[in-house]
Write a protein that binds this ligand. Sequence first.
Ligand SMILES: [Zn+2]
Length: 233
Amino acid sequence: MANPISKYLHALQHLFFPHYCAGCGADFISTSEFLCSKCNHQLPYTRFMELEQNPVQKIFTGRIQIESAGALCYFTKSGLLQHILVQLKYRNNKNAGYFLGRLLGHALKQSERYQSVDLIIPMPLHPKKEFQRGYNQASVIGEGIRSVWNKPMVCDAVVRLVYTRSQTRETRSSRWENMEGVFRVTLPKLLLNKHILLIDDVVTTGASLEACGDAILEIPGTRLSIATVAYTI
Ligand SMILES: [Zn+2]
């Protein structure tokens, strides 16, 4: 049984700093957690990070030279993960991104496929979009990754030059055509001869990641890997 004094102090802390599970709303005492253990176990993990042949790797095969690609979870509409990603992208909740980043970071750290990574680069947003949101969600995820996996991250080595509106209604081929010249490496010396890990929140067709990866691979000696939090089936 817990010490009655510490139990009392925890209850007092909760009274002044209420904290709830971002999934089900259950009361929390610990302010360091984001989800309760029940919700944590409900996340639809893919195990792709450990597998050389996985559906995310297949997206890029034959399109771009990739060392390793993978996603942490399946993205399902109205699922818990979608709820957390909405929090990150549209509700100004950076903690959602740190949380997802930590989960992805643990998976990367444990996977043999990603050990030779030298540098993490978050998928750049167009400056206008980043200004509107207040932050780049991929950079927030990157901070979460770095808190558990000791790799450097650079956020301003690649820029997005073209502002594109939501592309959800476009077909795969038109998405691809829209990506020409969208990204540019601004700090090529930083990338020289490095194994770069490009990270993002979700991979769907992979068109943006591929276009950004193409720009990175133009720098001599670079190798490219990709990791995202979610994979849309
Ligand atoms: Zn919960």
